[in-house]
Write a protein that binds this ligand. Sequence first.
Ligand code: SAM
Length: 483
Amino acid sequence: MGYSYNPKSLCADEFINDEEILETLAFADAHKDDLQLCYDILEKCKPHLHPANEHGAMITHREASVLLACEDAGVNAAIKQLAHDIKQAYYGNRIVLFAPLYLSNYCVNSCLYCPYHAKNREIPRRKLTQDEIRAEVIALQDMGHKRLAIEAGEDPKHNPIEYILESMDTIYSIKHKNGAIRRVNVNIAATTVDEYRMLKKAEIGTYILFQETYNKEGYKRLHPTGPKSDYNWHTEAMDRAMEGGIDDVGLGVLFGLESYRYEFAGLIMHAEHLEAVHGVGPHTISVPRVKPAMDIDPDVFDNGIPDEMFEKIIALIRITVPYTGMIISTRESQAVRERALRYGISQISGGSRTSVGGYTEQARPHDTEQFDVSDQRTLDDVVSWLIDQEHVPSFCTACYRAGRTGDRFMSFCKSGQILNYCHPNALVTLAEYLTDYAKPDTFQKGFALIERELQKVEDEKRRRQCVEAISAVVHKGERDLRF
Ligand code: SAM
C-alpha cells in the first residue's frame, strides 16, 4: 500500500515516510555541491543565535540533509561553529549530569545488537528487588547524582509496569544523608496510553525511547521477534506517551545499524512530527553508537560512523532542533565526549555502570552489562574535567519540578529566561555537589568557577539571591533551593 508523507499524521508510515526520506537523500545528493545553497541554509539558522528576540523557524529535514551530504571543508567548519554558538545561546556552558540505573535485563525481544536479547542463554538474568534498588540508589546518591535514567528490558512477566512504578516510588523515597534523586527518566519499551498515564502519575521526568533505526525494512531485520518487532507500535510510541500526558519525550537512533543519512532524516522528521502534532518537539535527543557487548560484535553491522561524521551529526542536530537537550553517554570515550560537548551536547552520564546491580559492586562487573563503557571515570573525575574546560556541571532538576515541562519549558527556553533561572540553579546545585561529595581539588576549582559564573547572572536581584542560596547551602546546610 502506498503512503504519502504527512508530518501531521499519526501513522508511522506517513510521518516517517520512506519515499520522502529517499527523495530527501536524492535531493541532498543533487545539491550537496551547491555551496551557495548550503550557506543560505546556515543563514536561516542564525536567528537561533538570539533565542530571546527571535522565534526563528527550524530548517527542514531536507535542508539539514543537504548540509549532512556536503563535503566542503568550509561549510563543515561553519556548521560546527554555528552549532557551538547556538548551543551557547540556548544552553550556555552548563552540562547536566545523570546516571543510568539498570533494573532488570530480562527481555522477551530479540534485538540483534543487544546482549539482553531473549536467545542469549549465557547472560545471567537479574532483576533488582526493591531492597537492591535502595542499595543502588544510595550508592548513586553517595556519588552525588540527582538524576537517573532507569533502564529495563521488555518482559511483561518479570518487568510489568507495576514493577517500574514501584521502583520509581522507591527511588524517589530514599533520603540518605543529603542525597536525593529528584528526577527519574525512564527508558522502557513502547507501551499503551494507559501505562504512559501511570508513568506520568508516578512523576516520570523524560520518557526515553530510542527508535534504533527509522528504516522499516532494517528495523524488521534487526527485531525479528517479540513485541518490539512491530515497527509502527514502536515508532508511534511518543504520540501515545504524549496522549498519556507525558510531555517530555526523548528520541534517539542507535547509530551504526543502518545508513546514518537515512537515520538523520528520519530523526529530524520525527522531531518535526512531534512539533506539528503536539506543538512541542523532543525534550532530548540521544546519539548512541553500537558498542561491543556479550554476544554482540558491532562489526557485523556495517554502518559504523567515524568520529568526524558523528561530530557533524551532533552539530547538525543542534542547529536543526536548537532547543532540544542532547545526550551523550559513556558509550563514548573522554576524547569524543570532549569534542561533542563543543558542538551541541547538553547532558552527559558520569560514573555509569551498565550492569544490573553494578553500583553496589566494588569492581566494575561485566557479566550483566548492556554494553562496554568507554568512559570509565568516576563522577568526580567527570565533574573536575568539565570544570577544567569552563563547563558548569549542573545537577539541576528545577524546571520539571516547577512544572516547566513540554511547551512551557520550550517557551521558557525560547524566551531567554535561561540565564536568570538555569544558570543560578546550575550554580546552586553545583555548590551542593561540591559541599557534599567533591574531592578537595574539585571543591576548590569548583567554587572558583562559581565565583566567575555568578557574574553572568544578568539580573542583579537574582544574582544576590543566588549568592544567598549558595551561602545557605555551604554554611547552613540547606538543600534543594531553586528558582
Ligand atoms: N528495552 C527498552 C527498549 O527496548 O527500548 C529499553 C532500552 S535498552 C535497556 C537501552 C538502549 O540501549 C536500547 O534502546 C539500545 O539503543 C541501546 N543498546 C542496546 N544494545 C546496545 C549495544 N550493543 N551498544 C550500544 N547501545 C545498545
